[in-house]
Ligand binder design. Structure first.
Ligand code: PLP
Length: 389
């Protein structure tokens, strides 16, 4: 095989295609972007500016500033109830995205299998392939809240399986994994000697009564879990590019070696802004999460009131995974026609894996006005579509 083949043959995401068409058009309601519409809390911005003015314009340690590692460890202790040593068990990364890539590069050898849900965040599949691993989809279903079934997970495990990836709350479905399910997956991981990559970048946007649970807190899991976290979603800091990996020292001390060879470090002023967010922006994060919850309540009932569409109430993140099967269209046709005919941009479910066919993802990280207008347009589109038949 030509050495470029993995990258050269990587398909272009239909999400991108729809987005690129949408930005050429006027008067589009965007439900496609997976990022908060809020501004970063002002104190984090001010702190980053002060850092630059202080002259913090040089490299930092590859693993990140000690202050950020300490702040991340304190946050993990508070929310995940797992204690990490900031010296050896946390590495700062360029967002959750680089954290995922570095974690995979550290854990897998070429040909190793990595289990992911189908559907899942599109970058999982691509990153596993970039790291020369083999993504193995395990379908998840609407009636299970889009969570793994432990028996199916067991059946997907082979001699080549190295990692199970878990994303809770999940993109694109808004599903969350219960503590009971995570404990069952933990016992499978221990029994089969597997690692878990636990992506919790949406953990602050969480609407369930059962408290958030980190799989690293389950028996036998701390030593086999790499936690992926980031400032992007919780603190509306997507463009800052700052996140971290937390896990056992044996693994996490290898990660800065990769960081040294990739981007060296996250810029110092960005890290200072992240320390400030972690230490002072808890109330801002809660305010934003309350706004997402209100928007969720609105969009769930608006979508369920449209004949031909239905959606389960998401328990976290800011995505609604809408069942569009009764439209009779494929998810890509649905997304493209909705854009062309009703000027609403959303993401086709099939972009997130074969089991996403029959669904469309609405990101409700947008204003109530946009949600009202978008829901009205989708309703009118569905009425025309059903009238056409
Ligand atoms: N993990 C999931 C599930 C995501 O949806 C995203 C972004 O959309 C990320 C990780 C990466 O986010 P960032 O790199 O901005 O921290």
């Amino acid at each position: 095989m030509h050495p470029l083949s993995t990258i050269a043959h990587m398909p272009r995401s239909p999400i991108r295609r729809i987005y690129e068409r949408a930005i050429q058009m006027d008067d589009v309601v965007f439900f496609s972007l997976g990022e908060p519409d809020f501004d970063t809390p002002q104190q984090a911005v001010e702190e980053a500016v002060r850092s630059l003015r202080r002259g913090e314009t040089r490299y930092t340690p590859n693993a990140g500033l000690p202050e950020l590692r300490r702040a991340a460890a304190a946050s993990l202790l508070e929310y995940d109830r797992v204690s990490y040593d900031p010296e050896t068990e946390i590495c700062v990364t360029s967002g959750g995205m680089e954290a995922l890539a570095l974690a995979l590069l550290t854990l897998i050898e070429p040909g190793d299998e990595v289990i992911i849900t189908d559907p899942s965040y599109t970058n999982y599949r691509d990153q596993i392939q970039i790291c020369k691993g083999v993504p193995v989809y395990v379908p998840v279903r609407e009636e299970d809240g889009f969570q793994y079934r432990p028996d199916e997970l067991r059946r997907a495990i082979t001699d080549r399986t190295r990692v199970i990836m878990i994303n809770t709350p999940a993109n694109p479905t808004g599903g969350i994994a219960s503590r009971k399910l995570l404990e069952e997956i933990a016992s499978i991981a221990v029994e089969r000697d597997l690692f878990v990559l636990f992506d919790e970048v949406y953990k602050h946007i969480y609407y369930d009564d059962e408290p958030f649970f980190s799989i690293a807190a389950a028996p036998g899991m701390r030593e086999r879990t790499l936690v992926i976290d980031s400032c992007s979603k919780a603190y509306a800091m997507t463009g800052w590019r700052v996140g971290w990996i937390a896990g056992p020292a044996e693994i996490v001390t290898c990660v800065p070696k990769l960081q040294e060879n990739l981007c060296s470090c996250v810029p110092a002023f960005v890290q200072r802004g992240a320390v400030c967010a972690l230490e002072t922006a808890g109330e801002d994060a809660r305010r934003m999460a309350r706004a997402y919850r209100e928007r969720r309540d609105f969009i769930v009932s608006a979508v369920n009131a449209i004949p031909g569409l239905s959606a389960r109430e998401p328990k976290g993140a800011f995505y609604l995974f809408v069942n569009i099967r009764r439209s009779g269209l494929t998810s890509e046709d649905f997304a493209m026609r909705l854009l062309e005919e009703a000027r609403v941009a959303l993401s086709p479910g099939s972009a997130f894996g074969p089991s996403g066919e029959g669904y469309a993802r609405i990101s409700y990280a947008t204003s109530m006005d946009a949600l009202r207008e978008g829901a009205a347009r989708i309703g009118a589109f569905m009425r025309r579509l059903r009238g056409d038949k």
